[in-house]
Ligand binder design. Sequence first.
Ligand code: PMP
Length: 455
Amino acid sequence: MNKPADTAALKQLDRAHHLHPFTDLHAYAEQGGRIVNRAEHIYIHDTDGNTMLDGMSGLWCCNLGYSQKQIVEAVYRQLQELPYYNNFFKCSNQPAVELATMLSEVTPGQFKHVFFTNSGSEANDTNIRLVHRYYDLLGKPEKKLIISRKNAYHGSTIAAGSLGGMAPMHKQVIGLDYIHHINQPHWFENGGDMSPEDYGVQVARELEAKIDELGEDKVAAFIAEPVQGAGGVIIPPSTYWPEVQRICDERDILLIADEVICGFGRTGKWWGSETYGMKPHLMTFAKAVTNGYMPLGGVMVGDKVADVLLAGGGEFAHGLTYSGHPAACAAGIATLNVLKETNIIETSATEVAPHFQRRLREFESHPVVGQVRGQGMFAAVELVKDKGSRERLAPESAGAVFCRDSANKNGLMVRQTGDAMIMAPPLVCSTGEIDILIEKLGIALDETAAHYGVK
Ligand code: PMP
């Protein structure tokens, strides 16, 4: 195909041939969208000449921004040396071995093994396969049920979509019948007059009630994001995870932490599990493992599960052509090296994130802001018409869509989920760049207040 001469031609071809993920296909075919063609540091550029500060790190993945030469060069070198070989049939490759070793070093002590996939969705599918295999090997084949949470996001394959609790997805996915959902710890939405602490304990105990209802002898695992990301950056009350951990410790069920967004420093520590004191048996990762530069995901398999799989014998009948792809793993190694060499997780946690969180809280007095919540470089701003009653600006989250569009127009890439504005800026932002983000968000909030006549 000849390179399209101009933006209009490119957009026309995009509308004609490209079906986009999580998009109203009919509307997109009519209206088209933005074509991003260049990025550096924390800025993205489109073919219309717009520059935007990326307040979302791509899709929560480019935690180190867009100018990491070390990662690019590592991939280039690897493609020249060994572009591909599989890890089936008693074969391995050096980058996969090295990355597996490095991951076991940067994850909590119980993790010494990794199973590689290409994405977070496949990694969560892999979790189901691992959990079922584990209990089969233990002679407990009846333990097959998995408990997850409403409004969780665990990916888009049939299994990962079933694990997730997104209502619009469940309308389109025939969910797997061995997956059950309990409520999310969303105090602002569901906590009513309860204190966040009391609500946190109450909603955690839904796990205990669900295990009792289904039978401990049938429940295999509980899966959750330390902070629900795509669901709206749902920061759990401080009491939530300790209570869930107590329940998991007392019961014979596995805890799976989906760290696809929280991992690699997003919440201020390497892992969301560390920030919230969780002790998972399995941990899903993807996205920031390669800084978004190559597709890669996987499951960290804790000793409790790995010991059984290794002792059990027999084939684990699961794998992907690109499990442990050498170029993707080379990107992962380079990313981990940058994270370690620059100390960026610690720097962002101690310098930039506190500034980000403090500045965001200045919006608590803004007329359309009902709640600001966040942890590390991760935050949400809930929009309301009335702070007391938490009445929303408009039906179907139209207020937040307006605010998101206004922010985009003003050069800030942020996302809207429900009635909340969502942010996950790159960890490499400076405090000055956080101030620019805050200024642009402030303009969008002012425009939203003016549009809906809220004073
Ligand atoms: N788990 C979580 C927590 C996620 O946020 C996502 C992606 N947003 C996934 C799983 C799925 O990852 P992928 O899109 O790489 O399949």
